[in-house]
Design a protein around this ligand. Structure first.
Ligand SMILES: Cc1cc2nc3c(=O)[nH]c(=O)nc-3n(C[C@H](O)[C@H](O)[C@H](O)COP(=O)(O)OP(=O)(O)OC[C@H]3O[C@@H](n4cnc5c(N)ncnc54)[C@H](O)[C@@H]3O)c2cc1C
Length: 324
């Protein structure tokens, strides 16, 4: 049986989880297995209709009294409890931070192998996977041996299926997890939401700045707001303190797949491109026509961001202005 971890934040599903649902169902159909979903926390109950529209027939809902928010150790223990109860042989998670953290914790407790960032999986014993390494520049074939395997999916390696209009709700099977004291050694104190509203991972337009922006993100913020998008950054921009780490795009930041990625004063290092290679279109603005990103982008503007961006903002604003 294949069990898929649903990543949600207080009942708001992470979009990468929809990719997991499609991948888990496709694998189950191909290899004659059953696919069920596990979610931790009472707020996930409200997601049952959505899961039904995405083809899920059974939701294992773990309630952990006193721990409805996200606590990695609690989620790991709860997921493992369900894995053991249902006899799952393969546990899949979406390519999110939470899923990596939770499944790594569950696999460690189960003394079972885990492969992260998989783009292909053949269930069985051994379970064979192809996974992305080195920011996507290396494809690795690996075998996970033993009766139980854990794997997380590379973001955007599998497409989410379209929701069905008329679909039955999944059966919700409840599991109560008695949280042991050791799972509560890390407790949540505060959470600070990004002031930008939409998440970087979900934004349809991302306007990102690197060293070439020189710390001046005003025009990027304006353009992102005009296009209903979000501001992102390279690691240089976050390391220099120009933007918070939450804005970083790349191997050690967020992996994004917007319709349009506007990279301003960013050279296109492999670790940066690892985070934005799934963008449908890339527009690069750079003074150096030989910068690596200029070969990878769909559209390029050779010029100084301090000239190009204000002109771009003006022209978008002009195009939006009502005719008089
Ligand atoms: C293990 C590891 C993980 C990493 N993870 C990440 C990651 O997640 N994300 C990430 O971004 N990086 C990551 N890096 C760092 C990465 O290798 C690069 O160093 C970084 O992406 C470079 O940032 P940059 O493009 O802003 O700066 P630079 O490489 O210095 O490029 C600046 C660019 O701006 C252009 N420019 C300069 N002035 C202007 C101007 N006025 N107008 C227009 N263009 C101008 C230049 O021509 C140049 O192309 C990682 C590195 C390592 C080793």
């Amino acid at each position: 049986m294949i069990l898929g971890l649903l990543d949600h934040d207080a009942g708001a599903v992470d979009p990468l989880s929809l990719q997991l649902l499609a991948a888990g169902q496709a694998l189950a159909a191909e290899y004659g297995a059953t696919f069920e979903v596990v979610a931790v926390g009472e707020p996930a109950r409200a997601l049952a209709p959505l899961l039904g529209r995405h083809g899920v027939r059974r939701l294992r809902l773990v309630t952990a009294p006193g721990a409805d928010g996200y606590l990695a150790a609690v989620w790991a223990g709860a997921v493992l409890d369900v894995v053991r109860a249902v006899g799952a042989t393969l546990v899949l998670g979406p390519g999110t931070d939470r899923s990596h953290e939770v499944l790594a914790g569950a696999a460690a407790r189960a003394e079972a192998p885990l492969a992260a960032n998989c783009i292909a999986i053949v269930p069985g014993s051994p379970c064979r996977v192809t996974r992305l390494r080195w920011a996507g520049s290396l494809l690795e074939e690996a075998e996970l041996t033993g009766p139980l395997s854990f794997a997380t999916l590379a973001p955007h390696a599998f497409a989410a299926g379209p929701p069905q209009a008329e679909a039955p709700q999944p059966e919700v099977v409840e599991h109560a997890y008695a949280v042991p004291e050791r799972d509560l050694r890390v407790r949540l104190r505060t959470r600070t939401e990004s002031s930008q509203g939409i998440s970087l991972a979900e934004a349809a337009v991302v306007v990102a700045g690197g060293r070439g922006v020189g710390g001046e993100f005003g025009a990027l913020e304006e353009l992102a707001a005009l296009l209903g998008g979000r501001v992102g950054a390279s690691r240089v921009a976050t390391s220099l303190g120009w933007r918070p780490h939450a804005d970083q795009v790349g191997q050690t930041g967020t992996r994004i797949a917007p319709d349009l990625y506007i990279a301003c004063g960013i050279s296109g290092a492999i670790q940066h491109m690892a985070g934005c290679r799934s963008a449908k279109r890339i527009l690069a603005v750079n003074t150096d026509p030989e910068a690596p990103i200029m070969r990878l982008a769909d559209y390029v503007v050779v010029g100084d961001v301090h000239d190009v961006l204000p002109a771009l903002v003006d022209s978008v604003r002009g195009a939006r202005a009502p005719a008089v």
